[in-house]
Design a protein around this ligand. Structure first.
Ligand SMILES: [Zn+2]
Length: 250
């Protein structure tokens, strides 16, 4: 036995401890993250549950409000999109939100898509079924439509912040068409042809934007479906899958 033999176990255990620290550190770095790092998201999606607070929207049977249906569905869609997408809910509780605030948060967070959810049937006369709308100006002179700039032509032109959607019109029509085809092919509800409307809630969105009217809460049959959690869950699956295929196609 040498004079150092008594110290060897101590040295060995110190080295062993250091090796373990190193191994554990490397393991920690190599461990799969529970949530993707921000750069790993497939995209950022803004979901806007219509109405809120004293703005109840349409009223269905037994005091069931549009503001409630839209929030339930928005949360279901959000749950399905995460963790592959960064999801922004313009509201996540029952409070009133001004129209410009709905798109402001989406613009601020650089959302790739803006999807406003409604259930009032208020944009079409006697509407039943699902409708997808994109923003379209009310033109006093229809011939002026021919002079409208194409999607990218107006890019370098100054565009007032509150009418910024106009430059995304072509992309929004494409997005609306994508939803329409998706609902037609996989639908659980009648789908109306897409339509352009002067919808203020979309006007300030600086990205492709649509408003989906998921049915008419005041309609006796549709109102019943819109209270059904399994119907809303299935609809959330459809909307999530439509978003997914649109973003992956891009
Ligand atoms: Zn509404």
């Amino acid at each position: 036995m040498s004079a150092f033999s008594g110290k060897l176990p101590v040295i060995r255990s110190t080295w062993t401890a250091l090796v373990w620290v190193l191994v554990l550190s490397l393991t920690a770095f190599a461990a799969p993250a529970k949530r993707p790092i921000p750069g790993a998201y497939l995209g950022t999606v803004a979901i806007d549950p219509g109405h809120g607070g004293h703005d109840t929207g349409a009223k269905g049977a037994e005091g069931y409000h549009e503001k409630t249906v839209t929030l339930i569905l928005a949360r279901l869609i959000s749950d399905r999109l995460q963790p592959d997408y960064r999801v922004i809910l313009t509201r996540n509780a029952d409070y009133r939100l001004d129209i410009p605030d709905r798109t402001a948060v989406a613009n601020q967070e650089g959302a790739d898509l803006f999807i406003s959810i409604h259930a009032g049937g208020s944009y079409l006369k006697e509407a039943t079924g699902l409708s997808v709308f994109y923003f379209k100006e009310l033109l006093e002179n229809p011939e002026a439509a021919e002079a409208e700039p194409a999607e990218n032509e107006g890019r370098n032109q100054p565009q007032p912040w509150d009418t910024v959607q106009i430059r995304h019109q072509t992309a929004s029509i494409e997005l609306a068409g994508h939803f329409y085809s998706f609902f037609q092919n996989n639908g659980i509800i009648t789908v109306n042809p897409i339509e352009g409307m002067p919808l203020l809630v979309l006007l300030g969105a600086d990205m492709p934007a649509v408003l989906i009217e998921i049915g008419n809460l005041t309609h006796p049959l549709e109102g019943k479906s819109l209270k059904d959690t399994s119907f809303l869950s299935e609809l959330a699956d459809q909307i999530k899958n439509a978003i997914d295929t649109y973003i992956k196609k891009k």
